[in-house]
Design a protein around this ligand. Structure first.
Ligand code: B1M
Length: 210
């Protein structure tokens, strides 16, 4: 079994005590950190999602898989975020109200930070008021980034986008993403940009802030 397969299996099975060592071993063996993330951990989370949908596993198993992935990402972080500086301005990011998923949002935050932004991470289940207040407290923010993982929280994203527009604040760009989000939905809610993954989110943030 390859090291990547071992990592994927550890994430799927929620082996949180093993994951750090496995990721270290993969890095020492010279494997690409982005491959470890994508092929090892993100793919494993998709399998976890499929098993949940099929009723083969339940929320507690999803939770331990998520915890395991987070531990693995901690080990990868220094490799993924090399060269961070804060010269591109501020980015306010959060997962919208009602939504507790943060692994993807954290990866997006990490990549945007490593692209040179100062990231203000509001966390998960972030209310529209919290987003608007963060923007008021940081009128120099260049980017507001919204994440949603549930079809049921897409309306929260829409409400947040509407509240931000209604606040009359300006000088920033709004970008959105997350598994159920599409370019069509992003256009509908008036977002300035949409991407499907963390790496392209960082590229988009740079483009929007330029
Ligand atoms: Co949840 N969950 N979950 N879950 N969960 C999904 C999302 C689901 C698809 C699983 C499934 O059924 N197949 C499903 C949603 C179905 C739907 O709405 N269509 C689901 C469900 C139903 C639920 C609950 C309702 C289950 C329940 O309680 N009955 C519940 C909801 C809780 C809530 O939020 N209110 C729930 C709970 C949880 C846990 C708490 C147990 C846990 C989250 C732990 C955590 O995040 N700290 C969890 C997990 C782990 C998952 C899966 C298995 C994995 C998510 C993940 O971390 N993926 C997920 C299945 C799946 O994704 N295949 C599932 C890895 C991560 C790197 O990818 O988050 O997609 P992702 O992020 C990507 C892109 O989306 C993108 O870039 C990221 C990196 O490449 N991206 C952006 C994300 N944000 C972006 C922002 C951008 C740009 C790109 O710009 C701003």
């Amino acid at each position: 079994m390859s090291k990547i397969q071992e990592i994927a299996q550890a994430v799927e099975a929620g082996k949180s005590k093993l994951i750090g060592g496995l990721v270290q071993e993969a890095l020492i063996a010279g494997l690409d950190p982005v491959n470890i993330l994508n092929e090892g951990m993100i793919n494993a989370m998709s399998v976890v999602g499929e098993k949940f949908q099929a009723g083969e596993i339940f929320v507690p198993e999803m939770l331990v898989a998520a915890r395991t992935m987070k531990k693995g990402v901690e080990v990868l972080k220094p490799k993924l975020a090399a060269g961070a500086s804060t010269s591109r301005g501020k980015c306010i990011i959060g997962t919208v109200h009602g939504d507790l998923h943060d692994i993807g949002k954290n990866l997006v935050a990490l990549m945007i930070e490593s692209a040179g932004f100062e990231v203000i991470d509001l966390g998960v289940d972030v209310s529209t008021d919290t987003f608007v207040n963060a923007l008021k407290s940081n009128p120099d923010a260049k980017i507001v980034a919204l994440s949603a993982l549930l079809t049921t929280t897409m309306p929260s994203m829409k409400d947040t986008a509407a509240a931000i527009k209604a606040s009359g604040l300006s000088g920033f760009k709004l970008m959105v993403g997350g598994a159920p989000i599409t370019q069509e939905f992003a256009d509908q809610i008036g977002a300035d940009g949409f991407t499907t993954d963390a790496a392209s989110a960082a590229v988009l943030a740079k483009k929007l802030a330029a």
